[in-house]
Design a protein around this ligand. Structure first.
Ligand code: GDP
Ligand code: MG
Length: 440
């Protein structure tokens, strides 16, 4: 993807305004990125349409080139859809707060039960785990192991009674929670590998028996495109008030998050990222957006470019770059602007396809920039704006004044014209100058 994006970025630089063609070109890349992240196709379509609409109405930023700007809009839109701020758990006014877990088998419900219990306990709650998965022989034992690790008691049907009734266990779980003064109870339920009518009804019956304050749909991030149908089935069969995304430690890009969120409108509350109980965190929409987009480095670069961008200066420089009138003075300013963004090497590392420029820029390390700066500072304004007048005696004076050899001044002047070409490229890549026509 990175290569494709690079070509888009370079094709689009140096244009003053977002055209439909600019937006379409970048939108195509975004579309591929989302599909690669396993976002369901209808969700991708709706999302791209929304982004295009916003990009068309957007004011052109002078800090970013058009492609960067579209990527920025995409990211903002993703964060907004994924939930903006994280929502907290709904707690009951009269305890116990009942949290029910629902989801396919293997989605991570039982593990999550332990994680949630441990997390709530850490916040001063006194949770009780209730074992309502009686489908598989070892499901209860698994919850008991998890409960022991979390240091949280488990309410389960007495062993030896054959297969118990999960609805009755759920009911008795509430009595137990009240009796033993647990302020939260977490109900673990059964799930099948596919969506299953009978189990869906069982979950609905448990729901009716305990009237949960929060029903969490637990979904494996690796589920990919199937997230939509699964989420719809659970929404219609049981209903849920929040989503937990699991197995984010895997290499799934997390498109399921966007799909589930778009289709059900329910917030994603937590993220699970490992088998251990502490591998658990509140859900962070911004992190997930960046993961889905798969352009974290580009996003960092955009942020930095915006932060350190001096609009007036760049607009002036951009105009000059456009007409090929860049002076040494501008060169110095641009160099300083780039340096404000951090060491050159870091910047290069962040650019997709930086390889293409690395050869040209390898000669421009930070120390060398210091020397170049010193030389330019040693010149008169006339010399800076018109390097052609810098003859032999001027070179000698400048060299003496800035403490370098005459050869270095020669180098600088000779390379200035070459550098001017390079600055044009950098202007496009880093966002200044390239999009610098200013607004409207
Ligand atoms: P349930 O069938 O929904 O109760 O799912 P389980 O809690 O039994 O989890 C199924 C498997 O996934 C188990 O092997 C868990 O250890 C594993 N698992 C659960 N959550 C995560 C997670 O966030 N990351 C990883 N890597 N494994 C997980
Ligand atoms: Mg389970």
């Amino acid at each position: 993807l990175s290569d494709r994006l690079t070509s888009v970025l370079s094709n689009l630089r140096s244009k003053g305004r977002l055209s439909d063609a600019d937006i379409d070109a970048t939108a195509r890349e975004i579309r591929i990125a989302l599909l690669e992240a396993d976002v369901a196709l209808p969700v991708v379509r709706a999302f791209i349409a929304k982004v295009k609409e916003r990009a068309k109405g957007a004011e052109v930023s002078a800090a970013l080139n058009p492609a960067q700007q579209v990527v920025k809009i995409v990211n903002e839109e993703l964060v907004a859809i994924l939930g903006g701020e994280t929502r907290r758990l709904n707690m009951a006014k009269t305890p116990p707060t009942v949290i029910m877990l629902a989801g396919l088998q293997g989605s991570g419900k039982t593990t999550l039960a332990g994680k949630l219990a441990r997390w709530l306990k850490g916040q001063g709650h006194t949770p009780l785990l209730v074992a309502c998965d009686l489908q598989r022989p070892n499901a209860v034992t698994q919850l008991q192991v998890v409960g022991e690790r979390a240091g949280v008691p488990v309410f389960a049907p007495e062993p030896g009674n054959g297969v118990g009734d999960p609805i009755s266990v759920a009911r008795r779980g509430i009595d137990e929670a009240k009796h033993a003064q647990h302020d939260v109870m977490i109900v673990d339920t059964a799930g099948r590998l596919g969506v299953d009518e009978e189990l869906m009804k069982q979950a609905a019956d448990i729901r009716d028996a305990v009237t949960p304050d929060e029903t969490l749909f637990v979904v494996d991030a690796m589920i990919g495109q199937d997230a939509v149908t699964t989420a719809e089935a659970f929404r219609d069969g049981v209903g849920f008030t929040g989503v937990v995304l699991t197995k984010l430690d895997g290499d799934a890009r997390g498109g399921a998050a966007l799909s589930v969120r778009e289709v059900t409108g329910q917030p994603i509350l937590f993220a699970s990222n490992g088998e251990k109980l502490e591998d658990f965190d509140a859900f962070h929409p911004d992190r997930m957006a960046s993961r889905i987009l798969g352009m974290g480095d580009v996003l960092t670069l955009i942020e930095q470019a915006e932060q350190h961008f001096d609009q007036d200066q760049a607009e002036a420089a951009a105009a000059k770059i456009g007409t090929g009138e860049l002076t040494l003075e501008d060169f110095l300013e641009q160099m300083l602007a780039v340096r404000k963004m951090g060491p050159i090497a870091n910047l290069l590392g962040m650019l997709p396809g930086a390889g293409q420029m690395k050869d040209q820029l390898s000669q421009v390390d930070d120390k060398q920039l210091d020397r170049l700066q010193a030389i330019i500072r040693g010149m008169t304004p006339a010399e800076r704006s018109n390097p052609k007048i810098i003859d032999g005696s001027r070179r000698k004076r400048i060299a003496n004044g800035s403490g370098v050899a005459v050869r270095e001044v020669n180098d600088l002047v000779n390379r200035f014209y070459e550098a001017r070409k390079m600055m044009k490229q950098m202007a496009g890549r880093f966002g200044f100058g390239g999009g610098g026509g200013g607004s409207s």
